[in-house]
Design a protein around this ligand. Structure first.
Ligand code: SF4
Length: 450
């Protein structure tokens, strides 16, 4: 067994027209960190999206980060030149996060790493991944860089050709990282490794972050549904749920040791089989009297919002809810997997209201800009949500390679989706058409504000 290796973990910049911190943390990377820590690795995190570094306040030209309710807010941002393929769009483009100079200083501050792990999220944010890896390689040309995460999984070939990483891991990193690091560093631990098939996940190492406004958690991974636009099964082929009591142990730890109050669930199917899972967990939260505020940025399944579940959500301290309605159009609903039966939305809203939720706590996601979609269909859905007193949130469609809807997106998009992930960016309305362009999108956004 060799000396304990030093691993540098990097959460790269976002490059985009717009980005918000809606409980955004590199959860996958922090789970890997938890796994590696248990094996004895020395870890350091370089978070390009840090909003708490006081040096940022003194930098001219950088737009300030702001904090809002429940720990969400805006990142620091700097306007940067657009990549050549985005020149045609008349909008400002930004790098969100710290400056490259701060990144370089941080690289030099710590000990030289034995390996660097870089995570990735949206496919169209790959410029931030490339830039991070380029700077790492400038400082440490002989250190191996491993790239994982969503972009690395969904656009593997693009990442291999363009990211500059020495190794690209696709799929859940926990099943691959220990073997790879052993190969790269020669280190192997005699500590028992995590049983990845069990109903537990390594606890994310949130304490590597400089300051915690909130944490995110996963009580399950994957989703048993197969919606044609969604990448859930490509990222997590198996649906695995954690022991609900062990989830509460984790929440209690972060609350008691790090004063965390706000918790965002990243689950894709939080309400599935709630009697055996979520309700058990929430009862335990109540029994331990944990004064937590919960949020569901990923969207809840409307069919799971029974009167019993809504009451439990309210009593446990859920403060903001996002529901996944997708559309109020029955035909479209059928095409998307028929998860919301006619009348289910009204019934869910009635249950939430009866439980005590106020309309401003309830946001409803509506898909917008699907291939061949008529803007009037979205407008009708917006009115339906408003009529029920909730807030509509447009979820502009982002085409994802490997999903059932991908080939239709390729057919109808005016952009080169297949070769340039920058065109997957949902704010470009990638599957725009003559009848559904940016003007119609503005009209729909206006309707949402009524
Ligand atoms: S959209 Fe939601 S329900 Fe559908 S497959 Fe994805 S995570 Fe599951």
């Amino acid at each position: 067994m060799k000396k304990t290796p030093n691993i540098l973990l990097i959460n790269p910049w976002i490059y985009d027209f717009a980005a918000h911190d809606l409980w955004s943390k590199p959860l996958g990377l922090l789970i890997l960190a938890g796994l590696l820590r248990a094996q004895g690795y020395n870890l350091r995190l370089l978070d390009c999206l840090d909003v708490h570094d006081s040096r940022l306040q003194a930098i001219p030209g950088i737009k300030p980060a702001t904090r809002r309710a429940f720990g969400t807010g805006k990142f620091y941002r700097t306007q940067v030149p657009k990549p050549s393929s985005l020149q045609q769009f008349d909008r400002n483009y930004y790098r969100f996060g710290i400056t490259p100079e701060m990144f370089q200083e941080s690289l030099l501050e710590g000990v030289k790493p034995d390996a660097v792990l870089v995570t990735s999220t949206m496919t169209y944010w790959h410029p931030g991944v490339q830039e991070s890896i380029r700077l790492v390689k400038e400082h440490y040309p002989d250190v191996s860089v491993v790239l994982g995460g969503i972009y690395a999984t969904l656009c593997r070939e693009h990442a291999i050709s363009n990211s500059g990483a020495d190794h690209v891991l696709s799929g859940p990193g926990e099943t691959q990282i220990l073997k790879l690091l052993e190969k790269l560093t020669g280190y192997s631990s005699d500590k028992p490794s995590h049983n990845l098939k069990s109903d537990t996940l390594p606890w994310p190492a949130f304490d590597l972050l400089p300051q915690l406004d909130y944490i995110c958690t996963l009580t399950s991974r994957g989703c048993p549904f197969r919606c044609p636009y969604c990448a859930s099964d490509l990222l997590f082929p198996q649906f695995i749920r954690r022991d609900p009591i062990e989830v509460v142990d984790e929440l209690e730890y972060w609350h008691k040791e790090h004063s965390v109050v706000n918790v965002a669930f990243y689950d894709d199917a939080l309400l599935l089989d709630a009697t055996e899972h979520l309700l058990v967990m929430l009862a335990e939260v109540g029994r331990r009297r944990l004064p937590l505020h919960f949020h569901t940025p990923n969207g809840l399944h409307i069919s799971g919002l029974s009167a019993e579940v809504c009451e439990a959500l309210f009593l446990a301290g859920f403060k903001t809810l996002r529901l996944g309605l997708e559309t109020g159009d029955d035909e479209r609903q059928q095409q998307l997997g028929a998860k919301v039966k006619p009348g289910a939305f009204s019934s869910a809203m009635a249950n939430l209201t009866k439980a005590g939720f106020q309309p401003e706590q309830i946001g409803v996601y509506l898909l917008c800009g699907l291939p061949g979609q008529d803007p009037n269909e979205v407008a009708q859905s917006i009115r339906m949500v408003l009529d029920h007193g909730a807030r509509p949130h447009l979820a502009e469609y982002s085409p994802i390679p490997g999903t059932p809807l991908w080939s239709e997106a390729l057919r109808c998009s005016p952009f080169d989706l297949a070769n340039d992930p920058l065109y997957h960016n949902n704010s470009l309305l990638p599957c725009r058409s003559d009848g559904f362009g940016l003007e119609e999108l503005q009209w729909l956004k206006q309707l949402c504000r009524v």
